[in-house]
Design a protein around this ligand. Structure first.
Ligand SMILES: [Zn+2]
Length: 236
């Protein structure tokens, strides 16, 4: 309710009927401004937990056996935030065309139907790779890379990508946030290096938990340390 003083222009007091009329009018105006400019009045956004993905590898069973030997069993080390997914006990060395390498690159489980190495742009520059920024599983333009395991090495003609920024969510989350699978959205990370990320891909699967994945380059740019939430600013 908007307040007003008790006198009209002629200095006479308003009667109750006039007061009620003015109050109703003021409330109506205030409501219509708020609904027209509601976005401007919105001060809090939905919050999404952020997970930082360090460089990692997904492998087929065939490639795993080749690198580690037929008798080696693929074993879990610890579960990841997404149900069913885990960090395995196994790591490999990755080698690029400059013959530089990065050691101890973790294989994530479960084993998949394709081989995929996910690196950051910083890793790519160091290794001399030129991978595309793309969705997980889209390997048509992936960069060539060599994996070295304890038993053997494997050259992947199309193996390395820089994963798109993305948000995992259920169809219920998507309904609440007003998005659908494949949409791109905008999020903000608050803090000393407050950053807005655009082109964040929405990925929907009812087995997932709501979480945004950034690579280490993006996370470092926003000075992300520990448990952090992103503010969901809406679709692109
Ligand atoms: Zn992810």
């Amino acid at each position: 309710m908007i307040g007003f003083d008790n006198k009209n222009d002629s200095g006479e007091s308003f009667n109750n009927e006039q007061k009620n009329l003015i109050t109703a009018l003021a409330d109506e105006i205030s409501r219509s401004i708020e609904s027209k400019y509601s976005a401007l009045f919105k001060s809090s956004y939905p919050r999404i937990p952020v997970g930082v993905s360090n460089r990692h590898i997904h492998l087929t069973e065939k490639t795993f056996k080749k690198l580690f030997g037929q008798d080696t069993v693929f074993e879990e080390m610890r579960p990841l935030y997404q149900p069913g997914e885990f960090a395995s006990k196994h790591t490999v060395t990755i080698v690029g065309p400059k013959l530089r390498c990065i050691e101890n690159v973790r294989i994530l489980g479960p084993l998949r139907k394709y081989d995929q190495v996910e690196v950051s742009l910083t890793d790519s520059i160091y290794l001399g790779l030129n991978p595309p920024v793309t969705n997980s599983g889209s390997l048509d333009d992936a960069a060539p890379i060599t994996l070295v395991g304890p038993k053997s090495s494997v050259f992947l003609e199309k193996g390395a990508i820089i994963a798109n920024r993305h948000i995992h969510m259920t169809s219920g989350d998507a309904l609440v946030l007003g998005v659908k699978n494949g949409d791109y959205c905008k999020v903000r990370i608050a803090g000393i290096k407050s950053t807005i990320f655009e082109n964040v891909l929405i990925r929907i699967n009812d087995n997932w938990r709501l979480q945004m994945h950034l690579d280490t380059d993006d996370a470092n740019a926003a000075f992300i340390k520990g448990d952090v939430y992103a503010e969901f600013l809406g679709k692109m």
